[in-house]
Design a protein around this ligand. Structure first.
Ligand code: PLP
Ligand code: ZN
Length: 412
């Protein structure tokens, strides 16, 4: 297998061999994987994909690996939920939720990128994987390293949620909390990467890593019955996912797997860290780095690596960007749970809050087919809900205790 020709600079087009490198040495542009689409076209059809496993590897011809993957085999193909209750509440006739809060094995969309990155790290012969993470990536790298029998050394900003920390330590990883923001952690990791021959999944393996999230876009199109939606609302951190969903839909279009793509892509951020949506709203293509201050820690990147491309994606697609504050994030975590029975993390609260705003602005309309990207699980960010619910009433295991309570008007 393998349809990867090499790497290519996204800016100047210079070609590179398949190596663990991510920056063009001529123009400092980011490197992208260069695929043999004619080769892919010869072997891939709707039918061949439908006959594949119920995982992201049903699109393995599109993945940037040369050998059969041996780890992360169960990731992806998460539910695309028809959200009738929430749609009714918001006044949308066709609302869907792409639910990666139940992705295998660590309950976020990051399992897609890490499945690819770790497979690639193994092909390159690395014995240690590493990353700079806002939490979900840490969980996923640690889990996949354990499965692959690799060592892992993981860097996070100090002060992440307990679920994200424990959800990394459990796999036996070396976890290092850095006194600073994610952006400080990332800069430190770039320096460490020059001294230590490790696979940093979102640094030297980044070109390959990012392409794993195209599977999220492919699944949306396939699960809709082989078509692109009218709107997708995407939570944005480093801007990798938003760019790759757009790319995925256009790859499917150019291979005639779906019809013409007219999807608008909308970026969602927390007001306390909104460098991408602020630029979109200002009509600017340049990121002004910010210092994050929000409960949506998983998407709190103040200086996003692909921010420029994230802005371009929203603009070129005819979409937009919006942000919501922490209070609205919590309200929307509750709203999603109460209407659809899906407990998402803070990032999901951001996405839903932004969808509400976009409907209010008339940018997303009643009869359009809209996909809301839910990318992480609420059990990992319980701190965000602290103080928002009363403790359960405690009674003795006696019928009359319950009946007394019931007579006093508890609501069921
Ligand atoms: C990492 C992450 C994102 C977005 O990541 P990008 O860096 O923009 O690709 C969205 N949601 C959650 C829950 C994440 O962990
Ligand atoms: Zn270049």
């Amino acid at each position: 297998m393998g349809f990867v020709k090499g790497l290519r600079c996204k800016e100047c087009g210079k070609n590179y061999e398949k190596l663990p490198i991510h920056v063009c040495e001529y123009c400092f542009g980011p490197l992208e994987v260069d695929y043999d689409y004619e080769g892919i076209r010869k072997v891939v059809s709707r039918k061949s994909i439908e006959a594949g496993p119920p995982t992201m590897w049903r699109y393995k011809e599109f993945m940037p690996i040369d050998e059969e993957p041996t780890v992360g085999l169960h990731t992806g193909y998460t539910p695309l939920v028809r959200a009738k209750n929430l749609g009714k509440k918001l006044g949308l006739d066709q609302l869907y939720i792409k639910n990666d809060s139940v992705n295998h094995p660590t309950f976020s969309f990051k399992d897609r990128v890490v499945a690819v990155a770790v497979a690639k790290a193994m092909e390159f012969g690395f014995d240690t994987v590493s990353c700079a993470s806002t939490g979900n990536l840490a969980n996923s790298v640690a889990a996949h390293a354990a499965e692959a029998g690799l060592k892992s050394c993981i860097f996070i900003p100090d002060g992440l949620e307990a679920g994200k920390i424990l959800g990394t330590l459990i796999y036996g990883s070396q976890l290092i909390a850095v006194n600073g923001s994610y952006d400080d952690v990332n800069r430190l990791c770039s320096e460490i990467a020059t001294n230590h021959p490790w696979a940093f999944v979102n640094i030297n393996i980044r070109a390959y890593y990012g392409d794993g999230s195209r599977s999220y876009g492919y699944e949306i199109a396939e699960q809709l019955g082989w078509k692109a939606p009218d709107n997708v609302v995407v939570p944005v951190a480093g801007s990798s996912l938003i760019v790759k969903i757009w790319k995925a839909l256009h790859e499917f279009e150019s291979l005639d797997l779906i019809g013409k793509v007219q999807t608008k892509i909308f970026a969602a951020q927390a007001t306390g860290c909104s460098p991408v949506t602020t630029a979109i709203k200002a009509g600017s293509e340049t990121i002004k780095p910010v210092k994050p201050n929000t409960i949506a820690k998983s998407i709190a990147i103040g200086n996003p690596a692909d921010g420029y491309y994230g802005i371009k994606t929203a603009n070129e697609s005819g979409g937009w960007g919006e942000d919501v504050d922490d209070e609205e994030i919590v309200e929307c975590m509750k709203l999603l749970a109460e209407t659809e029975g899906i407990f998402t993390e803070t990032a999901g609260g951001v996405t839903l809050g932004v969808l509400k705003k976009l409907i209010g602005q008339g940018r997303i309309k009643k009869d359009e087919l809209t996909v809301l990207c839910i990318t992480g699980n609420g059990l990992k960010t319980q701190e965000a809900l602290q103080g928002h619910f009363e403790a359960p009433t405690v009674i003795e295991p006696k019928l009359d205790h319950f009946e007394e309570l019931f007579a006093n008007g508890i609501t069921v």
